[in-house]
Design a protein around this ligand. Structure first.
Ligand SMILES: NC(=O)c1ccc[n+]([C@@H]2O[C@H](COP(=O)([O-])OP(=O)(O)OC[C@H]3O[C@@H](n4cnc5c(N)ncnc54)[C@H](OP(=O)(O)O)[C@@H]3O)[C@@H](O)[C@H]2O)c1
Length: 326
C-alpha cells in the first residue's frame, strides 16, 4: 500500500510517500481501507517528536480516518468487512490502510460522506468531551471559543449551540469570524485587532464568560482567563500559541477553574463516557445540528501541503486527504 512516512523527527517537509506492507489487525482491531483522513495540527507536533507519545520510526501520521472495513481481528463483534466506519487512531491514517481499535471505531451515519466522516472524530469528540465532561457547560451559559474557525474550535461553536449556550467566537480574521457566525456563533471577537477581555466583558454586560474553550493558549490565555466571570471554567485543549503559566490567585478569587481535556487519554480512562459523547454527537448530526466543515480536499501526495495549511494558519474547518476521486 502507499503511505506517508515519517522516518526521522523533524519538519513535515521531510515526509515522503512510500510503498509499505499493509498493517494486520491484532485482536480487538479492525483493518480499514482508507477513503479519507483529516489532518490535524497535532500531526505536525507528532512528526516533530514533540507529541505526548512518540510512535516507533518509521510511522505514518494521521490521527483519524474514514473508510471501509476489510478485515477484523479476533474478538471484534461490532463490525464486519464492508461496513462504512470512522475511527480515532494512535497514528497511521495517512495511508491506504489503517488499523483502529474496535472501541474507537464508529459506524458512519447515513448521509455522511467519507470526507465528512474522516474529519469528524477528533474535532467533534474532543470538543464534546471538553464541553460536556470537563466544562459541564449548562444551557444559557456563555461559552467563549478561541481559534473558533479551526478544527476543534469550529466544532466547539456548533456543540456549544447544540448544548443551548450563548457562544462568543474569537479568531484572528474577519473571514474566520464569518465562518464561526455561519456555524451559529451569537457574537464574535477579532483578537488580532480587538482587546479580547474588554470585548467579552462588553458582550456579557461585565459578567464575563462562564466557560472558555481554549485550543490556542500562549498570550491569549491570560486575556481569556481575565474574561471569565464568577465560577468560570477555562478548558485547556491545545497550545498552538505556546504553553501558558496559570497565576493561581486569579483562580481563587472568582472561584474559577482551569481544566485539562485530552481526547487521547480520556478515551482510555473513560470509554463509557466516550461512547455517550459519540451517541449524543450522532444524534445531533441526525437532527441536522452539526455540519462537518471540510474546506480543503487534497490527494495523499499533497499531505505535507495539507498539514502546512494548518501550521501556516491558512485553513478553517477541516483539511482532508482523500484516497480516491470523489
Ligand atoms: N486536547 C484534545 O483532546 C485535543 C484534540 C484535538 C486538538 N487538540 C489541540 O488543539 C489545537 C488545535 O488543533 P486543530 O487541529 O484544531 O488546529 P487548527 O485546525 O489548525 O486550528 C488552530 C487554530 O488556532 C489558531 N491559532 C492561533 N495561533 C496559532 C498559531 N501560532 N499557529 C496556528 N494556529 C494558530 C488559528 O486560528 P486564528 O488564526 O483565528 O487564531 C487556528 O484556526 C492543537 O494544539 C491540537 O493539538 C487537542
Amino acid at each position: 500500500m502507499r503511505a506517508v512516512l515519517c522516518r526521522a523527527w523533524g519538519a513535515i517537509d521531510e515526509l515522503t510517500i512510500a510503498e509499505v506492507p499493509p498493517p494486520a489487525p491484532s485482536a480487538g482491531e479492525v483493518l480499514i481501507a482508507v477513503k479519507a483522513t483529516a489532518v490535524n495540527y497535532a500531526d505536525a507536533i507528532m512528526v516533530a517528536g514533540r507529541y505526548q507519545t512518540k510512535p516507533p520510526l518509521p510511522f505514518s501520521p494521521g490521527l483519524e480516518t474514514a473508510g471501509v472495513v476489510v478485515a477484523c481481528g479476533e474478538g471484534v463483534t461490532r463490525f464486519s468487512p464492508g461496513d462504512r466506519v470512522m475511527a480515532i487512531l494512535a497514528y497511521g491514517g495517512l495511508a491506504e490502510m489503517a488499523v483502529a481499535p474496535e472501541a474507537e471505531t464508529f459506524a458512519i451515519p447515513a448521509g455522511m460522506s467519507f470526507e465528512e466522516a474522516g474529519a469528524f472524530p477528533i474535532a467533534y469528540i474532543s470538543s464534546h468531551v471538553a464541553l460536556r465532561w470537563q466544562g459541564r457547560l449548562e444551557p444559557a451559559e456563555t461559552l467563549l471559543v478561541l481559534g473558533a474557525a479551526g478544527g476543534v474550535g469550529l466544532t466547539a461553536v456548533e456543540i456549544g449551540k447544540a448544548m443551548g449556550a450563548r457562544v462568543i467566537a474569537a479568531a484572528s480574521t474577519p473571514e474566520k469570524l464569518a465562518v464561526a457566525r455561519e456555524r451559529g456563533a451569537d457574537a464574535v471577537v477579532n483578537y488580532a485587532s480587538e482587546d479580547l477581555t474588554e470585548r467579552v466583558m462588553a458582550l456579557t454586560s461585565d459578567r464575563g464568560a462562564d466557560v472558555c474553550f481554549d485550543p490556542v493558549g500562549g498570550a491569549l490565555f491570560d486575556a481569556a482567563l481575565s474574561s471569565l466571570g464568577w465560577g468560570g471554567r477555562i478548558l485547556l485543549v491545545g497550545f498552538v500559541g505556546g504553553v501558558p503559566q496559570i497565576p493561581a490567585n486569579r483562580l481563587l478569587v472568582k472561584h474559577r477553574a482551569a481544566l485539562g481535556s485530552s481526547l487521547r487519554y480520556f478515551r482510555w480512562h473513560a470509554p463509557d463516557k466516550l461512547r455517550r459523547s459519540v451517541d449524543e454527537l450522532m444524534r445531533w448530526y441526525g437532527e441536522g445540528r452539526l455540519r462537518p466543515c471540510v474546506t480543503h480536499r487534497l490527494p495523499l501526495e499533497a499531505s505535507v501541503e495539507a498539514i502546512r495549511l494548518l501550521t501556516d494558519r491558512k485553513a478553517h474547518g477541516k483539511v482532508v486527504v482523500a484516497m480516491e476521486p470523489r
